[in-house]
Design a protein around this ligand. Structure first.
Ligand SMILES: [Zn+2]
Length: 419
């Protein structure tokens, strides 16, 4: 091993959380002894799966093909996620590392199920009646490591509750690092995302969850110090969140105007136009419509946006392309703060009591809606600090540090933080 690189993705840590994390010892150590990028612009839609695919490829969702968390499956009650690594088009850090004969590991890294990763504990959950968690995990992860990890650490789990799930993830990653010594390891922690969704962005629960992230950084720094292996430690986040208080049932519009064919039980059988939610943003997909019909939808949607003051602009194909979002969509919309898009069709246009208090998915150009990035150790300038960068700069930076020869990245390494 020339040297190893360890990535922690701290889901939903935002630049606006800096008043908390900058005062915690683990983060503080990274800032003082490594490099700190204060604002990292995400991808559109700013969701976990598109973001993580872009993090490991250095390319926008339009190029990776991971354009949402969920596949558009309107007839299904619970749509499938983009779980599988094979869904990512083009090159990734995992694939580049494999070409160089380097060993990789991933623990609950989004869009990595069944991937060509040497030690992989997949992020996937059962989405069919006949499936259960153990079965889908076994089918989509590296079998032997998973069996060993389950035997040793499954007692740490309490369903999907946090911070128990992150405790398990941390234990699994530490086990893999010690036993298998991968050259590159990728681990995804979720507590802050979970707490922001359930309690709002500035809640005590979020502050507590940020402390658990800090503790995990401290623990990893301790391991790096003890085992003495030359290491680059990358700590990143994927997106921020914004508080919400109302859901928008935009599919009510398409339903009322006859764009759906439905089954007797009310499920959508087929559509000529449909909204696919992406949290604080949504796509509109159309099938076989004439231009004048598409124009009419745009005008109607803009009128709805104005009438309720819930969104400013309905982006069309050219703008979607500029954003690097799904080129197959006809329109893309980002809400105003306080709103999110709800996939359901219901009596009321608004969901007045949403399940969540905050979410993501919004336009990454919104002010103060940024992720953060820290890098420390081998190859990284001590005390470097940078105001701005982008999520798609991370993969080329890692590729440069580890000499991976990543192909096709749409961005350059962040040279200001490299030695
Ligand atoms: Zn996320």
């Amino acid at each position: 091993m020339k040297h190893r690189l360890i990535v922690f993705s701290l889901d939903a840590i935002a630049s606006t959380d800096s008043y908390i994390f900058e005062n915690l010892p683990g983060f503080r150590f990274l800032i003082e002894n490594g490099a700190y990028v204060k604002k990292v612009k995400g991808v559109f839609p700013s969701l976990t799966y598109p973001s993580h695919a872009s993090i490991i490829s250095g390319r926008m969702p339009s190029s990776t093909g991971i354009v949402n968390n969920l596949h558009l499956q309107p007839s299904r009650k619970s749509m499938d996620w983009y779980w599988y690594e094979k869904d990512i088009e083009g090159d990734t850090l995992f694939r580049a590392a494999r070409r160089k004969n380097l060993k990789t590991s991933a623990v609950l890294w989004p869009v990595s199920a069944r991937g060509l990763i040497d030690y992989n504990i997949a992020e996937i959950f059962p989405n069919r009646k006949w499936q259960n968690q153990i079965m889908v995990s076994l089918m989509n992860s590296s079998l032997l490591p998973l069996l060993k990890i389950n035997k040793e650490y499954s007692h740490l789990l309490d369903g999907l509750n946090q911070p128990q799930l992150d405790n398990f993830v941390e234990a699994a990653n530490t086990f893999i690092l010690n036993k298998y010594k991968p050259d590159l390891s990728f681990t995804h922690f979720i507590a802050v995302d979970d707490k922001k969704h359930h309690y709002g962005c500035s809640s005590n629960e979020v502050a507590q969850a940020i402390k658990t992230y800090d503790k995990r950084i401290q623990n990893m720094l301790e391991i790096i110090k003890k085992d003495g292996i030359k290491t680059t430690f990358v700590v990143l986040s994927d997106h921020a969140q914004l508080n919400i208080s109302k859901g928008i049932r935009l599919n009510n519009y398409f339903d009322k105007n006859g764009y759906f064919k439905k089954y007797k039980d009310g499920r959508i059988k087929s559509y000529r136009a449909i909204m696919h939610e992406a949290g604080g943003a949504c796509y509109i997909y159309t099938d076989g419509l004439k231009q004048n019909e598409i124009d009419k939808i745009k005008k109607d949607l803009e009128d709805i946006g104005k009438k309720y003051d819930i969104f400013d602009k309905v982006y069309d194909k050219k703008e979607i392309e500029d954003f690097g979002a799904d080129p197959c969509a006809t329109f893309l919309i980002s809400t105003k703060e306080g709103y999110y898009f709800d996939q359901s069709i219901g009596e009321d246009f608004f969901v007045e009591k949403p399940k969540y208090k905050a979410t993501h998915g919004f336009d990454p150009n919104i002010k103060d809606f940024s992720a953060v990035l820290f890098m420390y150790g081998e190859g990284i300038k001590k005390g470097a600090s940078l105001e701005n960068s982008e999520l798609i700069n991370i993969a080329p930076t890692i590729s440069k540090i580890m000499d991976l020869g990543l192909r096709g990245a749409e961005a350059k390494p962040i040279r200001e933080i490299l030695i």
